[in-house]
Design a protein around this ligand. Structure first.
Ligand SMILES: Nc1ncnc2c1ncn2[C@@H]1O[C@H](COP(=O)(O)OP(=O)(O)O)[C@@H](O)[C@H]1O
Ligand SMILES: [Mg+2]
Length: 326
């Protein structure tokens, strides 16, 4: 079931981007510091997205102070499922996905039963900055729980898979589907133990996956194949991701999206320092792709031309699409 992964060194020959190059040539070059709060704070991202008419999971409420924790019951209302997360969290840490009630307690998406006091404690930890970037005081955000589209039933275990697309100056350059596993507790973050699966930009068909540094073609929990799966509404996801450039103004971002059973494609969050493992999931380096986009933009600039989201998607699909898993 497991093949040994190619080392980063082997990928380097194919234009792999390392962390120093990413930071110097992309994050620092394309992302203006004063714009960081738009993506580093999920509440601000949501407000921006709503203003731009982009769909996001509905926000039920915000808790900013210890005193406000008493509002929690009212914010949750009669709902049986919801999500609590740190506004400035990352990597899936501190996120509580509540799937159901059980008597006077709650059941998390991975089946753990927790009390109201435990939830309050979690909110309090969020406020103190336990999960926030840099350990600063943070806000807790309570939002709609996404129910994944049926298409993901066979290839996912609990939780919500998400689709990550790296976008350079509005041009998608690489995509990955992330699938929660038993180990990742319903979250789609790779370092929590989720699987990363490459996606063909032109077709939305999945390539092979990587899990805990192994190449895999089957989901370890469901044993179903993760490659060769056609993701629905692929061009819609590509356009949504490309349009996030106008939304936030940052030139190098990772756009995380989900497909909700009822509400369709939603933006979950934007990342100003997207991880590099997407290259392993795609068995392909980022550098050659980012260089191709930079050359494309430079050529357009000579003629004073810019392209809209739809055109940018078509350019990316023409340049990077139709890869064959090898
Ligand atoms: N509203 C939600 N409904 C269901 N699952 C969610 C929701 N928000 C987050 N998750 C799960 O948690 C993971 C991490 O959430 P995200 O908002 O991307 O925060 P982080 O910055 O910590 O990655 C997602 O990939 C998803 O699997
Ligand atoms: Mg995320």
């Amino acid at each position: 079931m497991f093949g040994l992964i190619k080392t980063w060194k082997a990928l380097e020959a194919r234009g792999i981007m390392g962390i120093n190059r990413r930071n110097a040539d992309y994050v620092l070059k394309y992302n203006k510091r004063h714009l960081y709060p738009i993506v580093d704070d999920k509440i601000i991202t949501k407000e921006r997205a709503l203003a731009a008419g982009i769909h996001v999971p509905e926000m039920y409420g915000i808790i900013e102070t210890e005193k406000e924790i008493e509002k929690l019951d009212k914010i949750i209302g009669g709902r049986n499922d919801f999500v609590i997360k740190p506004a400035q969290g990352a990597g899936g840490d501190g996120i509580l996905v509540i799937a159901d009630r059980f008597e006077d307690r709650y059941r998390t998406v991975s089946g753990k039963i927790i009390s109201h006091e435990e939830i309050e404690h979690q909110v309090s930890s969020i406020l103190t900055g336990l999960y926030s970037l840099g350990g600063h005081r943070d806000r807790a955000l309570i939002e709609y729980r996404v129910t994944p589209d049926q298409i993901f039933k066979s290839i996912s275990y609990e939780g919500v898979p998400d689709i990550r697309i790296i976008v350079l100056m509005g041009y998608p350059v690489m995509a990955m589907l992330r699938l929660p596993t038993r180990q990742s507790g319903g979250k789609a973050n790779l370092h929590q133990g989720a699987i990363g699966v490459g996606v063909d930009l032109a077709t939305g068909v999945t390539l092979r996956g990587t899990w805990l540094n192994n190449i895999i073609s089957k989901h370890p929990d469901t044993t179903n194949a993760v490659d060769g799966v056609q993701l629905p509404n692929w061009d819609g996801f590509m356009k949504l991701a490309a349009g996030c450039y106008e939304l936030c103004g940052l030139g190098y971002i990772g756009v995380d999206m989900v497909l909700d059973q009822e509400r369709g494609p939603l933006i979950l969050e934007l990342n100003a320092r997207p991880g590099l493992n997407i290259q392993i999931a795609n068995d392909c380096g980022l550098t050659q792709r980012t260089h191709a986009i930079e050359a494309h933009i430079e050529a357009l600039a000579k003629d004073g031309v810019t392209e809209d989201a739809e055109q940018r998607v078509r350019v990316a699909q023409g340049l990077f699409g139709h890869v064959h898993p090898g």
